[in-house]
Design a protein around this ligand. Structure first.
Ligand SMILES: Cc1cc2nc3c(=O)[nH]c(=O)nc-3n(C[C@H](O)[C@H](O)[C@H](O)COP(=O)(O)O)c2cc1C
Length: 207
């Protein structure tokens, strides 16, 4: 079983990365494999609503950034942890652009447990958590909880290292994810598979 960890921060060794690696180490200790991706600093475009992905499910028409790589990996993993620095009380812009396109064009994360971890100097954490969890909640993904909202505080990794409560929250989150993954796997082995899907009903409020 493998969990994909996505670092939305432009900093490969910053606060978000530090917290994600804490979760990664705990997942590994719990017998879960991991893959870590940095979205990096290369330009990422936002969704242009071209809807070409409707005819090519699992592929965004714009192939010049990390989005299609993440979509491919989404089909190969069993769980997802998204990490984000808090920018103006939200997930950072590049990550939001990535997630909009990944979740619109692909369904690889469906029914797989998802969780987020955010890092802030001071505030805006719960708004950012709310934002990221909404990608999971619209994708049939069980959202993994911890003993407190999944946040760490700092402006440099060294500060996050001192956030002992934040790091414990992250380790608990990772153990909870490992537990859920093992439960899902045990369920599969006795014939409990994904729930049946009804045909989708879509009603717009303005007709
Ligand atoms: C554009 C920008 C906006 C930010 N907005 C907030 C904010 O709203 N609240 C906050 O506490 N910190 C804010 N910060 C600070 C970062 O969230 C914080 O330093 C974070 O831990 C950095 O994580 P990283 O090292 O993984 O990039 C902001 C930083 C930047 C660059």
């Amino acid at each position: 079983m493998k969990v994909l960890l996505i670092n939305g921060s432009p900093h490969k060794s910053g606060c978000t990365a530090y917290a994600l690696h804490e979760a990664e180490a705990e997942l590994n200790r719990s017998g879960i494999d991991t893959e870590f991706i940095n979205i990096g600093t290369a330009p990422v475009r936002g969704c242009t609503a071209c809807k070409k992905c409707v005819t090519t499910p699992g592929r965004c028409t714009y192939d010049d950034d990390i989005v299609n790589t993440i979509i491919e990996k989404s089909f190969q993993c069993d769980g997802l942890i998204v990490g984000s620095p808090v920018y103006y009380a939200s997930a950072n812009g590049a990550l939001t652009a990535v997630l909009d396109r990944v979740f619109y064009a692909g369904s690889g994360f469906s029914y797989k447990p998802g969780a987020c971890i955010v890092s802030a100097r001071r505030a805006g954490t719960t708004a950012a958590i709310d934002q990221i969890n909404k990608y999971f909640l619209i994708s049939n993904m069980p959202v993994v909880a911890s003993q407190y909202w999944p946040m760490v505080h700092g402006t440099r990794a060294e500060e996050v290292k001192q956030d002992l409560e934040g790091l414990q929250i992250v380790r608990t989150l990772a153990r909870n994810m490992a537990w859920l993954l093992k439960c899902i796997d045990a369920g599969k082995s006795v014939g409990i598979s994904k729930p049946e899907k009804e045909e989708k009903i879509r009603t717009n409020f303005i007709r």
